[in-house]
Design a protein around this ligand. Structure first.
Ligand code: UN1
Length: 503
């Protein structure tokens, strides 16, 4: 069963849905709780066959010059530009984020394609001074193999693109296991990639990009397969620990992008107009379902009674509703279990003396089977145990602080270490926050919120967040293997460290 709008979108994106239809995986729209499509799942032998194809593709692709590989990514970026509106709308329908964010997600894919195209001519190694006469040392970066990507529902296509755009220019092939909650956006992205492949020509081997539709088992099968040289997984810390264990056992690489429990400190000198906007976007954007969502707000005593009432006023008026409507700022939660998790976290917060504002279910006409909520603000007496946990829903805890050291300690006290920020116009405080004794997160921002990162920086975090880095900066190095090469152009054979070994 497929709705007419979905059919129109899919055909614009070049998807042949008949190839995927079945009864195992149900794509349900968080907008109204109704099914968008039902799909079949890949069997274990199909998963196996896809990895075999991807491995064969890698063996060919690694010999294509990197700038030529970049051309394929450039063409893919063009397809994304052409189909941005349709894919953005599909993201909204399947993941429930508002249309502006659906479009933003596709823009993020376009941006990483542009970045990767440039990178395809910049996969630099170093030349290193040798300690021996007549010797030269250098390093080269070579393709690593098949990259397995496991992605989550909340960024159903951009996270794959961060990985895939880099992997393709680096000479790798990619097997993608999208969230079973968002298979359609993945299938559509795959179809757009295949359009780029068709334009690129025969240099792109069959199997360069494979997609696995299925549940947990197919993901587990992929992680265990020795032919996958790098596993890049986004999702819960629980899932990441399982992936890490399997990969450690077979000594393969991982990029893990797991939970976030991101904080903001609002200092006495903060520009409150800006802070209010940043807080609201970071805390309620994607209905609190980003791994970078603002979940903990530490407000200085001197401004608490000015800032918090303003936030309450804004929260009370936030337009919650159908994410396809232009005026909506807060769309639905992904499903019932997410709503239940939110309600039980709020109950625990109350038991820890939290004062809850909002958090109740919002009825949206015609969408009774969906889960819309008013985002919650929870004033806490201090940072309590429940604040150490990430609930993937729009709950922002607020705590008063009087001493910056205390606020930084709270920022760092939780197990997760993805993103963080400070609002201050005091240079000492800003520098302190981003210094070695400041935030322990992978992302530490000044005068912007913790969410909404650009692709140019390395994205990821420490501790329970998993330690991986994706996207910009030198994250590409994880998708390649480094070889160190020493050349001897002399007529002697001096040994390193001056060792004498005469035979
Ligand atoms: C995620 O939630 O998994 O920084 C990724 C951000 C987005 C990516 C979030 N660019 O919020």
């Amino acid at each position: 069963m497929t709705s007419p709008t979905i059919q129109a979108l899919l055909s614009e994106l070049g998807v042949q849905l008949a190839d995927y239809q079945g009864e195992a995986i149900h794509s349900i729209s968080p907008i109204d709780g109704k099914p968008l499509a039902s799909l079949r799942a890949d069997s274990a032998s199909e998963v196996q066959a896809r990895i075999t194809k991807a491995h064969a593709a890698y063996l060919q692709w690694r010999s294509i010059p990197a700038p030529r590989r970049g051309e394929l990514v450039r063409l893919f970026g063009e397809e994304l530009r052409t189909h941005k509106a349709a894919l953005g709308q599909l993201v909204t329908m399947e993941a429930g984020k508002i249309l502006q964010e659906g479009l933003g997600e596709v823009q993020e894919m376009i941006d990483i394609c542009d970045f990767a195209v440039g990178l395809s001519r910049q996969l630099y190694g170093l030349t290193i001074a040798s300690e021996r006469p007549g010797h030269r040392m250098m390093e080269q970066w070579h393709p690593v193999g098949v990259v397995g990507v496991i992605s989550a529902f909340n960024f159903p296509v951009a996270v794959w693109a961060w990985n895939a755009a880099l992997a393709f220019v680096c000479g790798d092939s990619v097997v993608w296991k999208p969230s079973e909650k968002t298979p359609l956006t993945a299938i559509a992205t795959h179809a757009l990639f295949m359009k780029a492949v068709a334009r690129f020509g025969s240099d792109a081997p069959d199997g360069l990009a494979e997609i696995i539709i299925g549940g947990r088992d197919s993901g587990a099968q992929m992680v265990e397969d020795k032919r996958i040289a790098l596993v890049s997984a986004t999702g819960s810390t629980r899932m990441g620990k399982q992936v890490a264990e399997v990969c450690a056992r077979r000594l393969t690489r991982t990029i893990l992008e797991l939970g976030g429990n991101n904080a903001m400190i609002v200092a006495p000198s903060a520009d409150l107009e800006m802070a209010v906007r940043a807080i609201t976007f970071s805390a309620v954007g994607t209905a609190g379902q980003r791994c970078t969502t603002l979940r903990r707000l530490f407000v200085h005593d001197s401004i608490y009674d000015t800032l918090v009432p303003r936030l309450k006023k804004i929260y009370a008026g936030l337009p919650v509703g159908n994410p396809l409507e232009k005026t909506t700022l807060v769309g639905p939660l992904v499903d019932a279990s997410s709503y239940d998790a939110m309600q039980s976290s709020l109950a625990v917060a109350k038991s820890e003396q939290g004062q809850v504002f909002g958090g109740d279910r919002v009825n949206v006409a015609g969408c009774e089977a969906a889960y819309y909520v008013r985002p919650a603000l929870v004033e806490m007496p201090t940072q309590t145990t429940t604040m150490h946990h990430e609930t993937f829903a729009p709950i922002m805890y607020i705590v008063r602080y009087s001493d910056l050291d205390q606020a930084i300690d709270w920022n760092n006290e939780v197990p997760q270490g993805l993103s963080s920020s400070i609002f201050t116009t005091d240079m000492r405080e800003a520098e302190r926050f981003v210094s070695a004794t400041g935030s322990d997160c992978g992302i530490a921002n000044v005068n912007i919120g913790p969410s909404g990162a650009e692709i140019g920086g390395a994205f990821g975090g420490e501790k329970d967040t998993g330690g991986g880095r994706e996207s910009g900066s030198d994250a590409w190095k994880a998708y390649m293997r480094r070889t160190t090469n020493t050349f001897n152009y002399s007529h002697a054979l001096p040994l390193a460290q001056g060792i004498s070994f005469d035979i």
